[in-house]
Design a protein around this ligand. Sequence first.
Ligand code: RB5
Length: 142
Amino acid sequence: MKIAFAGDHAGYLLAEPVRKLLENRGIEFENLGTFGPESVDYPDFAHALAARVESGQADLGIAACGTGNGMAITLNKHRGIRAGLAWNREIAGLVKAHNNANVLVLSQRFTTEEENLACVQTWLDTEFEGGRHQRRIDKISL
Ligand code: RB5
């Protein structure tokens, strides 16, 4: 299992704690940047992450920006991506259980690091429920 990470200047600080969490679970981690506080444009990193997941080079993705919204909006332009924004662990569980999100999107500015790591754990540990939720996912594509 390999998970790719992308963050802008308001999300990149989550890369290191997420890497540690994933590697402790035996999951390979790839950081697509950005790598410092210099201002960047989140779509550049969101599109790179989407390409990794859509091509199968990564099994799943994690993205982070200030609110999470810019990353989520951009990622969801891609047909093969279901990006779910989670500001707490309960929502992180639901974006897997109900939406089968293949990219988890985090907010570095509005969620603590501890809660963001709990979001990652919960998202990984939660099973997609299928059934009526699969029917709804099948109706998403235009
Ligand atoms: C950057 O200031 C901020 O706008 C960005 O990280 C994100 O929150 C956008 O949705």
